[in-house]
Structures are given as C-alpha cells and as structure tokens.
Unconditional design. Sequence first.
Length: 220
Amino acid sequence: MIKTVFYDLGNVLINIELDNSLRLFAAARPFACQPGCVAGTPSASGGGANEDRSLPGKIIEAFIDHPAHIKYERGLISSEEFFRLISLEYKLKMDFDIFRKTWCEIFTENKIETSRLLRVKEKVKIYLLSNTNEMHFEYIMKTYPSIAAAHGAVLSCRTGFRKPEKQIYEEALRIAGVRAEESVFVDDRPDNVAAACAVGIKAVVYDNKLKMSGGIEALI
C-alpha cells in the first residue's frame, strides 16, 4: 500500500523558464560581450551593436554546473557567498537583491501537476525531494501555495546529498517515516529515477506518457 509520494520540483511541479531571467539580466545590463569574446565569458566593458544578447542565458545555464552552485546546493555555502563567488567569476554588476530576483524568477508553476498534487494529498502524504538551494526553495514556498502544502521536504541543501546519490533517498524515507515499498517517487531525470528504484522505491519518469495517463494519481 502506498503511503507517501515524493515529488521532484524542477520540470515536474515547476517549469524552468530561463527566458524570464534573461530578460531581467538584460534589463539590468550587468555585463556585456565585446566582439570576438568567447560565449559565456563576459567582458568588463563594451556592448553596443555587437553585444552578444544571448550571453545572460548562457551564463544562467553555466551557473548550474559551476562548482560554487554544487556547493550551494549541498548547503555548504550561504546564499551571500554563492552570490559573491558567481559575481567574481562572471563580473556581475548588480546587487544581491537584484541577483536574487533574477536567479529565482526562472520558475513558473505547472498548474496541472500542482492541482493533481492537492488531490493526491487527500489520499497519501506528500514530500518534496529535490536538488535545490535555499534561495530557490524559499522563493517557491512563498510563491506557490499548492507546493507549500506538501507535508515536508527533503532537499540537497539541507541533507548535504544530491540525487542520484543513494543517501538522499534513504534520508527521504527516514524523514517521511515510510518503507521504500510504501512510497512512490516522480522525477524528470531517468538517472534519479533509477537510483530511487535501486533502494526499493517505486519510481517513475515524469514524461508525456505519465502526463497523459493522469500523472501520479493513476499510480496510487
């Protein structure tokens, strides 16, 4: 019998829309790219007609794989330290509050799935299981009441582990107080799903087939 459903956040309950932040970066004009500069490497000055206007989006994508972001997602550094390191790396010309707004407004709610989440919550406990950071999680909880209605959250920034590491799934089961066979996990990444299955959780990839079949509701 299924007692708990673990939901990933990004690309499941939340859509990731980099264009939103690109517009904010462009409006703040925190950096510019000189003619001939390497994409993803901002120049300290310049701009004009030859400016690479796709650069902000490329830099946002580069943030994800940056060592500072990995540390931030593990909870090893603060939001302020993450901002400091990223600002040094990419020569950002913006203050922390503007950066936080730009960094967080990459999300839009997947209202179909959050509506389903509330219906699922009537039957079983709901926990969030996500690789995320404190800035993003705080923003999501304040902005999307349907997601904030979950019974709890297991986060990389609070456990120190990231999916697909085995320990984060074990921690999720411990926090939720359920056995693996009593739980379901949905994630958009096959490697994360495979890792959950390896510890005995019934896990499924969030894809078009699952969406069309009614999502998690059809599995409990």
